[in-house]
Design a protein around this ligand. Structure first.
Ligand SMILES: Nc1ncnc2c1ncn2[C@@H]1O[C@H](COP(=O)(O)OP(=O)(O)OP(=O)(O)O)[C@@H](O)[C@H]1O
Ligand SMILES: [Mg+2]
Length: 231
């Protein structure tokens, strides 16, 4: 990717050939860019609302870069090509579609098997993804293989002595596994095993999950309300 290495954010944005998601508010632009036959994905907070851009954007960029560096070489995870500046990252492009766009029945038993293997691999590298509930973060590659993107919410494996954080990390790893079962439930419920059904039922019921979800939603809503321009 030599030619993409030296370009400024503006130059990279000028090479956009597709918009995966338009930024603004609290969100980054996610753009496919192409130059001399090379493709890459630009995740760029520069168009987010001013406070969000100043505070949360750089934090998200740093966090995601740190996770991707730790996962460098893990199959099914796009490589970090470059941190462009405090607003933006450049990632390897994974051709394919997001699981959100795959119609029901479109995913095979082999896909789910590989997806479990991918989730295990993330954890072997010491990273829990924490946002696999969002099907937009799961990609079905043109090769039929699962890939995951968007590591903004990840949680890294803490040191062994940090018992409380270790416990949380295990919970987040469990949530990643349950996310595979959730995808199965929405795309191929007939493939669910008994233990997956039980995990899904537990997932709904546990107080901690509900509390975590409530806190997560509230934090997101409050920070969005505080940091973004009112419509
Ligand atoms: N490396 C990549 N290769 C191919 N497509 C990608 C890549 N990264 C992101 N995308 C596409 O862009 C979309 C949004 O990316 P991402 O999830 O990182 O941003 P986001 O701000 O969290 O968006 P959302 O809120 O929709 O999840 C993904 O659903 C996917 O379709
Ligand atoms: Mg996402």
């Amino acid at each position: 990717m030599a030619s993409l290495q030296d370009l400024s954010l503006e130059q990279l944005r000028a090479l956009t050939v597709k918009t995966f998601r338009r930024g603004g508010g609290s969100r980054p632009d996610v753009l496919l860019i192409r130059a001399d036959g090379e493709e890459a994905v630009l995740k760029d907070f520069s168009q987010a609302d001013p406070w969000f851009r100043r505070l949360v954007g750089p934090l998200s960029v740093r966090r995601e870069a740190r996770a991707l560096r730790q996962l460098d070489g893990a199959r099914g995870v796009p490589r970090l090509l470059r941190v462009v500046n405090r607003d933006a990252l450049l990632l390897e492009y994974v051709p394919g579609t997001s699981a959100r766009e795959v119609p029901p029945g479109g995913l095979t038993p082999l896909f789910f098997e590989r997806f479990y293997r991918l989730v295990d691999r993330l954890h072997e590298f010491g990273v829990a993804h924490c946002d696999l509930r969002s099907q937009g973060n799961i990609l079905v590659g043109a090769d039929g293989e699962p890939h995951v993107v968007d590591f903004t919410a990840h949680f890294r494996r803490p040191r062994p002595w940090n018992v409380a954080a270790r416990w949380m990390y295990r919970k987040f790893c469990e949530a990643d596994w349950v996310a595979v079962a959730r995808l199965k439930r929405s795309h191929a419920p007939e493939l669910l095993t008994e233990s997956e059904r039980q995990a899904l039922a537990r997932d709904r019921k546990t107080l901690i999950e509900r509390a975590a979800r409530f806190i997560g939603k509230s934090v997101r809503n409050i920070s969005r309300w505080l940091l973004t321009r009112r419509q």
